[in-house]
Design a protein around this ligand. Sequence first.
Ligand code: URA
Ligand code: CA
Length: 436
Amino acid sequence: MRVYDIILKKRNGEQLSREEIRRLILGYARDEIPDYQMAAWAMAVYFQGMSFQEVAWLTEAMVESGETVDLSSIAGIKVDKHSTGGVGDTTTLVLAPLVAAAGVPVAKMSGRGLGHTGGTLDKLESFPGFQVSLSKEKFVETVNKYKLAVIGQTARLAPADGKLYALRDVTATVDSIPLIASSIMSKKIAAGADALVLDVKVGNGAFMKDIGSAQLLAETMVDIGERMGRRTVAVLSAMDRPLGRAVGNALEVKEAIAVLRGGGPEDLRRLCLELGSRMLVLAGKSADLAAAWKLLEGLLASGQALEKLRQMVAAQGGDASLVDAPEKLPRARFRREVAAVAEGWVRRVDTAGIGNAALILGAGRAKKGDTIDLSVGLEVLAKPGDKVDRGQPLAIVHGNNEELVSQACAAVLQCYEIGAPGESPLPLVCGTAGRL
Ligand code: URA
Ligand code: CA
């Protein structure tokens, strides 16, 4: 079986066999297949697509390329959650303690993230002393004791994906649904969860710009999960504006604490309840979504979810007193309002542009290994559909460098289209996939 023939077959729109896919992926992971052949294959996939069966085999081969985490020593059904990535997506910081407070074990591996803000790990490091690298034993022990731990994801999970992703990034083959779906699912399956809830973002701040392509990505990932024996469901959620108000690491931690206290922005709270209630049903904790929703609302109102965050921060070496004194979390020196230059309706927000403004301030990484400033970011006050007056603040920029604050303010202003009433924004939940 020559690699040439596998590329040719896919180029001509034929289906690959399980063995052909394995040969390609494992050969690439072992450095036996050169980048130029993999790049040609990825481009063939981009144009010809893959069947659901091929995508599942691709995922399986990527899992096989590395280690898998064995969570069997943690009691209970382990449900993981994944977001395809958006701007100001603070859900994990709320969901991990919330779901753990319901008694469902959360053994979470998170990334540092590239792009406008850090990943969940970076955000948690807003608590001084917080340790994201626990030994396997300590990780399992912490989850068994507190139902919750969040640690860094090692590069040893699905290494073929790491290598292929870097190649896709420089060959214009990132935005292929089969390649995205297998990339995400290989890492989730290698991380050992029994069941998965996926948050597929839709809109100008997401990979998927329209509901149709988001629905296809969601169905593809659900199909992979189910074929590989993991109960999987997906929620499609709006990313034609940032979620919540905060975009930036410590700012998002504060926002998550506000939700865990029973308040916070309504959209963030609601999406966390949508995702969390699905996690509870898949974990066998609640019989249906309505019961799960009620249970979670109770945990927010009673302070038990907030208590779980205190426990997690303390168990991982962080200063848990900041959970009750969020004003002591990292804070930027300067705050500047971005005012509307005209009266009217917010017709559109360039959500990716808002993310870029946070990146200008230093909230995220332009490339791997960059250092980030936990204190900086934005508060987004005006969203699509809102009526604003001239001079009304659209957003507040938090930064540590006046020149960068000015640049970020100018960038934010460019993100707002204000005028006559526009199209309705997307509903917060724009669809689902998989059955409960
Ligand atoms: N996230 C991933 O992990 N992989 C992709 O291909 C796209 C987004
Ligand atoms: Ca947010």
